[in-house]
Ligand binder design. Sequence first.
Ligand code: ATP
Ligand code: MG
Length: 549
Amino acid sequence: MDNQNSNFIKDIMIKDLESGKHETIMTRFPPEPNGYLHIGHAKSIILNFGLADDFSGTTNLRFDDTNPAKEDIEFVNSIKEDVKWLGFEWDNLFFASDYFDEMYNRAVLLIKKGLAYVDDLSADEIREYRGTLTEPGKNSPYRDRSIEENLDLFQRMRNGEFGNGEKVLRAKIDMASPNINLRDPVIYRIAHVTHHNTGDKWCIYPMYAFAHPLEDAIEGVTHSICTIEFEDQRPFYNWVVEQCEMKNQPQQIEFGRLNLTNTVMSKRKLKQLVEEGFVDGWDDPRMPTISGMRRRGFTPESIRTFVRETAVTKNNATVDFEMLEHFVREDLKLKAPRTMGIINPLKVVITNYPEGQIELLDAEINPENPEMGMRKIPFSREIYIEQDDFMENPPKKYFRLFPGNEVRLKHAYFIKCEEVVKDADGNVVELRCTYDPETKSGTGFTGRKVKGTIHWVEATHAVPAEFRLYEPLILDASEENEEGTFLDHVNPNSLQVFEGFVEPNMKESRPHDKFQFFRHGYFNVDPKHTTVDKLVFNRIVSLKSSFKL
Ligand code: ATP
Ligand code: MG
């Protein structure tokens, strides 16, 4: 009973089991296959699967595929993969389209009960007739068609006798209802579109608001968990279940959406970023999609822990992206091997080190997890350091390399900068240093201290590698921004690519291997760009954080 921290939905379930209203809990995760899953969906997945699991109940993965124009099998497959990767197994896999026959029959039942009618008004007219929050709507002139005429017209809609938009089927409830969702909502529309599951069998498709409660009821879902914007739909949800005479009566429960700072989460906007070429596909490591985060290097554990730590409430909440970063650091701290990599190389020649000599130095694989053991790293007369770790004219309190200064090379020796070599344009292209053999790491040298420790990679054995560093894709764009304008906030520096070097023992790294590069942060071997000849590392997150839980 502890996948999910205690929350109001869990309390409802406990009560329903205690009172005998339900013997077991059944939930479902109901994505529409019109895009890839994002971190917001992870919240819904973890709630649905986690809660059912806490009570040894069941969870269905159900594709809400009632809008064939926007849906695609590519999305179905990616969603399945992502749910599994997050660590969840569905008890049943269903498609809303499996129920099209039953939905049609329930719509016919409504017509027979005088609770649904075929309307000839156009979409615009229906909107006009609907009224506003302050004014009631008015009845369609077609509202009082006879049951026989409605049955005949609905049959003919199904037979394909009408074009798209020519007619709709509407529930007959109350055009004056204070809840706009109850002003005769459309429940079936005509769409001559091939469906990824049912092909050309149907040219009429149920509307989401009608289909969804039926899907839940058909499956016997006990608690239908959805996001807060559906709260006003609940009366219609209950109306459908009741008037369609469904045996099971699921309870709709709404919770607040999860949003992240500097992150757009709507599938429509994510799709726009993909289609307009701002990113390299749905799985671009800058995307908040599950597949993007996987490629970036986030672990399922870190996403699960993060989501569980965000509250389940009735309000939409925006959570600091740094909280997610905190949890991936926590997860990788003991798991990821430590290593050294040079992102922006500067050659250093150690002039007093014997030419041709290679020495193997010992280094811990992870000082916080000694069980991971030791590794050997070569050292020789030529190494690379970071360009950033040298300054010719340093400010005060700069403790890294500058002419005449001495620093420690991590796991190796002290070196002192003796000479700066420049090219014809005056750029620093090489440093000439000396080392002190007495200062070898691990020998307990105490003769003198240096203030800076920098990392390095031995030059003749170094493995070339590409480093991809990321910043937020969107700056200052909350979900509240107006239509389209979020594209004005795309960060031009969201991806920076560097060609550098890593330790030779990393040559055999495989896609999705994760490392902590000394001083640079956690990185993941990119599965898309890495080849046998070239390692590509995505920075998951840097080491520093201002975030406090
Ligand atoms: P989007 O608005 O991003 O397009 P959606 O709600 O249209 O998402 P669906 O495929 O319909 O996407 O969502 C499947 C489930 O995931 C729904 O129950 C939905 O409420 C939930 N969900 C989607 N986004 C979030 C979010 N940001 N936080 C929590 N749950 C979410
Ligand atoms: Mg949706």
